[in-house]
Write a protein that binds this ligand. Structure first.
Ligand code: HAM
Length: 488
């Protein structure tokens, strides 16, 4: 027993940093002097600070900052305006068209995506962030939002709700692809999905919502559209396509050579220059549509005409995900922007997906907008980098001097907020000069100034930033006074 006790003490005492009390260091000293092996151990402990010590100590170890993962990017404060606008515009248009906000997990069982997006697609074969979690379940970061939405529709019995069930989402997606302009490994989508009704009016409504969303953001776009028919239409077409592609095999890129047997429709999706002439000559799916599918497609186009949505028929448009049936579309910026090459949004009808995932036969249609691509068009537009605090939300600044003014000031700012009036402020700063400089930088029209004297008098100074003229008003009238300034 005594031996055991001593062993325990040894362990504990060597683990203590040197500044511990003499009580604790006494046995340590003893051990150091009697056991030679303890010496280097103790030295090592002293010279290697804990992670916490390393990060907090300014003088000793310099910690290498952790870099962003490739293909990922931060959304920064200077983009505040753009991202708020993207969110608010999504909120406004979905309210107008009665889509209800839904959020599904970022992490799902990998099989959900394999079954919906399909083996043989780039997304499933090459781009999924897939791993086993601690329980050994094969999971994946969602590469898109449609599969999760369909899972939620089935899992929550939404087929018993009045149809269509219209939902929308806004959030991050992950694809481990080769990063390039407009293509990230983490990106954000705003998407809408409509479950339960097959009608050309629904397809047109979804295209319209996607189109108007970007239009509301001030971006002129063009819609590219095609129909890939039903599964039966496609089966016949695929036979024809494969026999054509086999005759052109030697002209195709290596990946497309494999695709001929694996997923021939994907050849029509390929961007490799060598594949373009082969694509151009390929049989077109539109010629293989049944009369019903053709009629459905014509109906969709007629709705688009009614809505004055400009569209181009693109017989090569098949989309990169396997779940589509009939209508498929993509939206491109209609100008010479860097992003004009890549689609801002994509979507289509997917009548087989819900059933394929184990739910009841349920027609569905939807779209997703790539928000980084939209943000980049907006950014390119804005000559000056929009700055976090020059967002136009308010043209007023609140400056305070001293602790009392700070306390009263916070209460006044809150009183104003409750009346819908917002001010810039910087409560951590005490110098008036610094605060006025900041107010000037933001470009406010007026600054409210509260000093010690004003706190005692129950007054507040309002300074016109252009003329420098100051007026003193009663704090009790602050809401009406500020309202006057805002309405000018
Ligand atoms: P998607 O075409 O794969 O379709 O993606 C939609 C949009 O997301 C694209 O048009 C693009 O703007 C953006 N996007 C895709 N990948 C990236 C990336 N790596 N980096 C940046 N932006 C990207 C879908 O995801 C379907 N779930 C759309 C849908 C909804 N279909 C029916 N309902």
């Amino acid at each position: 027993m005594p031996m055991k006790k001593q062993g325990k003490t040894t362990k504990k005492s060597t683990g203590h940093p040197p500044q511990k009390s003499s009580k604790a260091t006494a046995p340590k000293k003893k051990i150091v002097s009697t056991k030679s092996s303890a010496k280097p151990k103790e030295k090592k402990l002293q010279s290697a600070p804990s992670t916490e010590q390393a990060t907090t100590s300014s003088s000793s170890t310099k910690v290498k900052p952790v870099a962003l993962l490739r293909g990922m990017k931060d959304i920064l404060p200077q983009e505040d305006m753009i991202w708020r606008t993207l969110m608010q515009t999504a909120g406004a248009i979905t309210t107008a068209y009665n889509f209800l906000y839904t959020e599904t997990p970022i992490l799902e069982e990998a099989t959900l995506f394999v079954r919906s997006i399909g083996k043989g697609t780039d997304v499933v074969d090459k781009e999924m962030y897939m791993f086993e979690d601690n329980d050994g379940t094969k999971v994946a970061l969602r590469p898109e939002g449609t599969a999760g939405s369909a899972r939620a529709y089935i899992g929550h019995g939404m087929q018993s709700l009045p149809q269509p069930v219209n939902i929308w989402y806004f959030g991050p997606m992950f694809r481990h692809n080769r990063p390039q302009a407009g293509r990230f490994r983490e990106f954000h989508q705003f998407g809408c999905e409509s479950f339960g009704v097959r009608d050309a009016a629904i397809d047109a409504e979804l295209i319209n919502v996607a189109y108007q969303y970007v239009a509301d953001l001030g971006i002129a776009t063009r819609v590219e559209i095609n129909s890939i028919g039903t599964l039966e239409d496609r089966t016949q077409y695929t036979v024809e396509l494969v026999s054509y592609l086999r005759t052109k095999r030697s002209y195709l890129c290596d990946l497309c050579k494999v695709r001929i047997n694996k997923n021939p429709l994907r050849v029509l999706d390929c961007n490799e220059p060598s594949c373009q002439p082969v694509k151009g000559e390929a049989p077109q799916i539109i010629d293989w549509l049944s009369e019903t599918s053709k009629k459905y497609f014509m109906d969709v186009l007629e709705y688009l005409d009614e809505l004055h949505i400009p569209y181009t028929l693109n017989p090569l448009l098949v989309r990169g995900l396997d779940y589509y049936t009939d209508t498929v579309f993509e939206i491109y910026a209609d100008q010479e922007e860097e992003t004009a090459q890549s689609a801002l949004a994509g979507g289509g009808r997917y009548d087989g997906l819900v059933e394929q995932l184990g739910g009841p036969a349920t027609p569905a249609c939807g779209f997703s907008v790539g928000l980084e691509r939209v943000a980049s068009v907006l950014k390119a537009r804005t000559k000056e980098e929009p700055f976090a605090f020059s967002d136009g939300r308010t043209k007023l600044f609140f400056a305070q001097l001293g602790t009392q003014a700070s306390k009263r000031g916070l209460a006044l700012v809150e009183e104003l907020r409750k009346s819908g009036l917002y001010l810039h402020h910087s409560f951590g700063k005490s110098s008036l000069k610094t605060q006025l400089e900041l107010a000037n930088k933001i470009g406010v029209t007026h600054t409210l100034i509260l000093g010690q004297k004003e706190v005692l008098d129950g007054m507040i100074i309002i300074r016109d930033m252009e003329s420098g003229i100051q007026e003193i008003v009663d704090q009790r009238k602050i809401v009406s006074e500020v309202k006057k300034l805002v309405s000018v």
